[in-house]
Write a protein that binds this ligand. Structure first.
Ligand code: UD2
Ligand code: MN
Length: 287
């Protein structure tokens, strides 16, 4: 009829749920960190698929989860370029509804990865109704796109087989690098600790929190869970903190008062690039 011919053919169709296994994954990936790569190259290649702030939604199905990718960051722009170059195409193939948040620590004080992740959680929730959080280092690129950046029945450790550890777990309870927690799992552990200043220990504290709240760790197999870490030296103002190891014996006593419930920071700037949402935060770092 007349009515029917005027209706746009695709818009009126309701979308189905995306399948459990995304159909366009390719498996093992070739990854190399070419120093000539620039952020503008990456923008040119990928930005037509994205929306402002580094967001994506599959066009042909409804994603099962709304994922926030949270990266603790300061002064690693070259790594950011590589990460965006590799991760956006992977996350798109994984059919995720996702947003990339780069949480930048303002100033020159002592770095605090876990506190930045907490600020990232709170700020991401202000932007969108996320139900899953993937916490990642800026220098880790997966070598297999079947390693899904989403949430599971238990908190998930994704970076199980890194080149720097000879493609093995360094120890059984290791939880560093890349992990995912649903909103419910994250709230159950009161988020991450705010008090691990400098390098080391915060990942083990998060592991402890998860176990003390009766959950276990989910992991991909060691083929799917392969990663390459961009080679780097320890950054300035992120020296190993000897106090952190001792704090690990206290997790059970401290986790209810140190975490999301005690988080204090201020947002200095939010900038939406096409490739990511950049949030500059003052986390009251000691100098
Ligand atoms: C290990 C863990 C990491 C974390 C850390 C201890 C691996 C692969 N990762 O990383 O998850 O537990 O030990 O804190 O084993 N960062 C900046 N700017 C800085 C300092 C750090 O952006 O100045 C960010 C960045 O995202 C980096 C992450 O913090 O990837 C971890 O720091 P790192 O890469 O220096 O530490 P690494 O490789 O020993
Ligand atoms: Mn690293």
């Amino acid at each position: 009829s007349h009515e029917e011919t005027r209706r746009p053919p695709t818009k009126s169709k309701t979308l189905g749920r995306c399948p459990d296994t995304p159909p366009t994954l390719v498996g093992p990936l070739h990854v190399e960190f070419d120093s000539q790569r620039t952020l503008d190259d990456v923008r040119e290649m990928i930005s037509s698929s994205l929306r402002e702030g580094g967001r994506y939604k599959p066009p042909d199905c409804v994603a099962q989860q709304k994922v926030a990718i949270i990266i603790a960051f300061r002064n690693r722009h070259e790594h950011l370029t590589h990460w965006l170059y590799y991760l956006h195409p992977i996350l798109i193939r994984q059919q995720l509804d996702y947003t990339v948040y780069v949480i930048n620590q303002d100033g020159e004080g002592v770095f605090n990865r876990a506190k930045l992740m907490n600020a990232g959680y709170v700020e991401a929730m202000k932007q969108y109704d996320h139900d899953c959080f993937v916490f990642s280092d800026i220098d880790l690129v997966p070598l297999d796109d079947r390693n899904l950046y989403r949430c599971f029945d238990n908190p998930r450790h994704l970076a199980v087989a890194m080149d720097k550890f000879n493609f093995h777990l360094p120890y059984k309870t290791y939880f560093g690098g890349v992990s995912s927690l649903s909103k419910g799992q994250y709230l159950k552990i009161n988020g991450f600790p705010n008090t691990f200043w400098g390098w080391g220990g915060e990942d083990d504290d998060i592991y402890n929190r998860i176990i003390f709240r009766g959950m276990s760790i989910s992991r991909p197999d060691s083929v799917t869970g392969k990663y390459r870490m961009i080679k780097h030296k320890r950054d300035l103002h992120n020296e190993e903190n000897p106090k952190n190891a001792g704090k690990l014996r206290q997790t059970k006593q401290t986790m209810n008062k140190d975490g999301l419930s005690s988080l204090k920071y201020t947002v200095k700037e939010i900038k939406k690039d096409i490739l990511y949402t950049f949030i500059n935060v003052d986390i009251e770092a000691p100098l």
